[in-house]
Every structure is written in structure tokens, then in C-alpha cells.
Design a protein around this ligand. Structure first.
Ligand code: NAD
Ligand SMILES: O=CCC[C@H](NC(=O)CCC(=O)O)C(=O)O
Length: 480
């Protein structure tokens, strides 16, 4: 049965993209084509693969305004932020080429008998499942290194952002990548499930912890399939001392950028009990109404747009209501925006000090405040999570920072910087329920290829002679 897939601009409600979703049979056929294409693509010289990937960066550059508008329309992100996303996609190409050389390259060590050689080999057909919050940048962060390594790809974009996925496929094909080396299948969970259940060699997934846990279970009996999980977090930001104004801006950039829809967003603000903590909480509350919220193409440009959908806003409201029902004190409520659709929300600040808040990610601009009696309490609060993606400390005190570095349990641990805005030149991934120890960004090269170690000699290397002193005079053993 044919199912239509339609994406909608969360800011206006207008349809952005509509087409039939891929059926299970379509997905199986795409995987089979990808498998057939793998033989030639892996045999293509690395320099030629690099040339195609660089050509793709060139196409993205030419099309950057158009692509930024597609991202903005489908996600509701302001145009300045969508343009940043495209720039990051372009930057990913040179970073991935460098990463592959450094982490998955060819190493040759001379040995008395010849050489010890390390090579890397592609896995085969990689399924890529993308999230909606960075519909270009995050799947791109899997696709570019996977193609460089010689894999072929079947990519299912988020069902909320199919137009971005289609634009990426068009850019790759315009760059000269053979059609079957990267294919896009559009659809929701059923399409994703058909892909995951197909004859794939790897699943590169960025999305929610719940879906990631589902895949962990699903692949428990398929250890031959490489699984890279980039998941969410319940990230702490400890603001301990320093300039209140500076700290306040850093809190806002950690918690509310992209309308709180970044995996690295701070979800919990940990402040010392006392006047400094009071001043920071008050200053954040005072800054919230000054954050401009609007449509992606508004002029002047807004700081933030809507959530991805009306449903996402309703879900966030439900989570905030739950915090309040548990005893949370509303410092600033999750408001609506007059004259705008329900997907638009204003940022919230809720004091949960001393309360047993659920250890869940609220993927929205909702920041929970916890007050700590001592720095050790602050560290204990920061680590009181099953996740471990990002964490931050604001302090001028080097000793506190060193202590935090030793104790903090997260893959990204920043000092006097937002928890967001991670570098593609560093690995990006979390511990605990935030991933499966296969970080992306600069380390994506690691999961896109497996190492093959060889000892190589041109001919005889004296093995027989070396064995002689240890041989007995066995009956019937004739020297060759
Ligand atoms: N760690 C990171 O790098 C990172 C980056 C961005 C987003 N995220 C996380 O992603 C989440 C937001 O994205 P989302 O809501 O799109 O995530 P999601 O898990 O709902 O969906 C991600 C993708 O998986 C597919 N999918 C979902 N369930 C599936 C199933 N059972 N079988 C097959 N496919 C399935 C979806 O169709 C989509 O393409 C947040 O939790 C955020 O923290 C993590
Ligand atoms: O939503 C999750 C991604 C957030 C983003 N992280 C990165 O861009 C990681 C770097 C990379 O993948 O190149 C952020 O930290 O803002």
C-alpha cells in the first residue's frame, strides 16, 4: 500500500515536500543496488573518492543559499543558523579527509623480513538514519567519512525533513557520485525498520536514546554489523563563579540555542546556594524575554525559531507540567508566542532543587535549576544522570576545573564555554545512555572502516632455518 510522506514548515504550516514513502520492497531493492555498487566503489582509488567528495563540497557551496532555505523551511531554524549548518557541511569534507588519513590511513613499518603494514577496509553497505534537528550536518557527518572509506550508503532522512535529504542526494549526484553509491529512501519508522532489518553491514544512527536502545537490542545477535549510536543527553552546566553577565550569556547559548533542540544543550543548570547563584538565576530569567523568536526569514533575524512541530511543543509542555507536578518552581514558564503557531514556545526556567526530577532529555528550551551546597555536591548533581554527552563548568578557579575534569562523566567537558557548538576537529560522542563508545565527528573514520594488519615478505624469510635448533629427529620426517 502506498503511503504519502509530507513535511510541513513548523513556522507557517505550509507543505514543504510530499512524495510516496519507500515501501519495504523499495528499501530491499535499494540495499541490493548498494551492495552491487560496493565492489566498484571500494576499488576506486582513494584519490578518486576524495575528488568526488571535494566536488560535492563544491556543489554545496554553489547551492548553499538554496540548501539553507530548505533547512530553514523544514526545521523552522532562522536563516542565519541554517546557513551555518550548510557551512559546517562543507567544512566536514576537508576535516573528514584529514581524519581518515590520521585515523584510518595506510602505515608501513620496515621489518627485517619485509614490512608490517596497516590498512583499513570499508565495511560494505552502511545504513544512515538521520535526526531532524540538524537534518543536513549530522547525516553528512556519517556519510562523508563512510564514502571516503569506500562504503556505499542507503540514507533515510528524518520523516520531518525529507526535502533536506533529497537535496543532499541531488548534490552528491551532481558531484559525480554514481547513483547507487548513495541512495535516499524516504519514510518514517516503518521505512527505517525495513532498512535496519535489511542486508546491511553497518548502521550509523543519530537520534534519541530510546531509539538507540532499541537498536542495541535489535543488533545484539548481529555482531557483524557495525553500530554507531549518537544519542541525546541530560547535560549539566555548573556555573560556580565569575562574571554574572558573561555566565548568563553562556547559559543561554547552552540551553536555548536552536530552541533547545541540540543534543549538547544544557538541560540542568547547577548553581551554588547563595548570592552568586541567585544573581545568575535572576539574570537568566531577565534575559529570556529579550531573546527574539520568529520565523526563519523574519527581518531582523530572530535568535530562535519554533520547535520542529506543534506535537513537539505539546510534548515539551507535558514534560514541564510533570516537573511542576513534582514540586518544581516555575521561574519562567514555557510560554506561547502571540500570533504564531503552537510550535513556537518561549524558553522556560524551572527550579528543581532538592526534587527527584526524571532523568530524561527534554528536547526543547527548558532548563532546570539545581542549587548545590558545595562544589562536591555540584559534581554529584552533574553526574546524577544515566547519560553522559556534554557537561560544562564556569569558573575562574584552575583547581576547581582540574577537580571537575577528573570527576565529570561526559564525552564533551568544557570550561567557560557553552556546552553546545562542538568542533568537528574533535571526536563527538557520549558515554552512558548517550552512545555506544563510537564517537562521531573526527573519530567517525574509526567506525567507517576496519583495520587490517599484515606482515609481508617478498619470499622466504628463513623460517625453516630458525626452526632447526628446536626440531627432534622424527622418523619419516624428511628435510624438504
Ligand atoms: N549525539 C548526537 O550527535 C545527536 C545529534 C543530534 C540529535 N541527537 C538526538 O536526536 C534526538 C532528536 O532526533 P529525532 O527525534 O529525529 O530522533 P529519533 O530517534 O526519533 O529518530 C531518528 C531517526 O531514526 C528513525 N527511527 C526512529 N525510530 C525508529 C525505529 N524504531 N526503527 C527504525 N528507524 C527509526 C527516524 O525515522 C529518524 O530518521 C534527540 O534525542 C537528540 O538528542 C543526538
Ligand atoms: O544536536 C547535536 C549536535 C550538536 C552540535 N555538535 C556537533 O556539531 C558535533 C561536531 C560534528 O559533528 O562535526 C553542537 O555541539 O552544537
Amino acid at each position: 500500500m502506498m503511503t504519502m510522506l509530507t513535511s510541513t514548515c513548523p513556522a507557517t504550516g505550509e507543505t514543504v515536500w510530499s512524495a510516496p514513502a519507500a515501501t519495504a520492497a523499495d528499501v530491499t531493492a535499494a540495499v541490493a543496488r548498494a551492495r552491487a555498487a560496493f565492489r566498484d566503489w571500494r576499488a576506486t582509488a582513494l584519490d578518486d573518492r576524495i575528488a568526488v567528495v571535494r566536488a560535492y563540497a563544491g556543489v554545496l557551496k554553489q547551492r548553499s543559499d538554496d540548501l539553507a532555505r530548505v533547512i530553514a523551511r523544514e526545521t523552522g531554524k532562522p536563516l542565519w543558523e541554517s546557513a551555518q549548518e550548510v557551512a559546517t557541511m562543507i567544512g566536514k569534507v576537508e576535516l573528514s579527509i584529514a581524519a581518515q588519513a590520521e585515523r584510518a590511513g595506510h602505515r608501513e613499518t620496515p621489518m627485517p623480513f619485509g614490512a608490517s603494514i596497516l590498512r583499513h577496509r570499508p565495511h560494505g553497505v552502511m545504513a544512515v538514519l538521520g535526526p531532524y534537528n540538524f537534518p543536513g550536518h549530522l547525516p553528512n557527518g556519517h556519510i562523508v567519512p563512510a564514502l571516503l572509506a569506500g562504503n556505499t550508503i542507503v540514507f533515510k532522512p528524518s520523516e520531518l525533513t525529507p526535502a533536506v535529504g533529497a537535496a543532499m542526494r541531488d548534490a552528491w549526484h551532481a558531484a559525480g557520485l554514481p547513483d547507487d553509491v548513495l541512495q535516499v529512501v524516504q519514510g518514517g519508522r516503518d521505512t527505517g525498520a525495513a532498512l535496519v532489518d535489511g542486508r546491511i553491514d553497518g548502521l550509523l544512527f543519530t537520534g534519541s536514546a530510546a531509539t538507540g536502545a532499541h537498536f542495541r537490542r535489535r543488533f545484539a545477535e548481529r555482531p557483524d554489523v557495525i553500530l554507531a549510536l549518537e544519542l541525546g543527553g541530560n547535560n549539566p552546566l555548573v556555573v560556580w563563579d565569575g562574571d554574572v553577565r558573561e555566565a548568563t550569556a553562556l547559559v543561554v547559548q547552552s540551553a536555548y540555542v536552536t530552541t533547545g533542540q541540540r543534543c549538547s544543550c544544557a538541560r540542568r543548570l547547577i548553581l551554588p546556594a547563595g548570592t552568586f547563584g541567585d544573581a545568575v538565576a535572576d539574570a537568566v530569567a531577565a534575559l529570556i524575554p529579550r531573546l527574539t523568536i520568529g520565523r526563519w526569514d523574519d527581518a531582523p533575524a530572530p535568535y530562535m525559531g519554533p520547535l520542529i512541530s506543534d506535537q513537539a511543543a505539546a510534548a515539551a509542555r507535558g514534560q514541564v507540567d510533570r516537573l511542576v507536578a513534582l514540586g518544581g518552581r516555575t521561574i519562567v514558564p514555557l510560554g506561547t508566542v502571540a500570533g504564531q503557531r503552537p510550535a513556537f514556545v518561549t524558553p522556560a526556567l524551572i527550579d528543581m532543587t532538592g526534587l527527584d526530577a526524571p532523568d530524561d532529555e527534554i528536547f526543547a528550551p527548558v532548563l532546570q535549576v539545581h542549587r548545590a551546597a558545595s562544589f562536591d555536591d555540584a559534581i554529584a548533581l552533574a553526574n546524577a544522570t544515566r547519560f553522559g554527552l556534554s557537561a560544562g563548568l564556569v569558573t575562574a578557579d584552575d583547581a576547581l576545573w582540574r577537580h571537575f575534569l577528573t570527576e565529570a562523566r561526559a564525552g564533551i567537558v568544557n570550561r567557560n564555554r557553552p556546552t553546545t557548538g562542538a568542533a568537528g576537529a574533535q571526536p563527538f560522542g557520549g558515554i552512558g545512555d548517550s552512545g555506544n563508545h563510537r564517537p562521531s565527528a573526527f573519530y567517525a573514520a574509526d567506525y567507517c572502516a576496519y583495520p587490517m594488519a599484515s606482515f609481508e615478505a617478498d619470499g622466504a624469510t628463513g623460517q625453516w632455518d630458525a626452526l632447526q635448533p628446536l626440531l627432534g629427529e622424527a622418523e619419516g620426517l624428511a628435510r624438504p
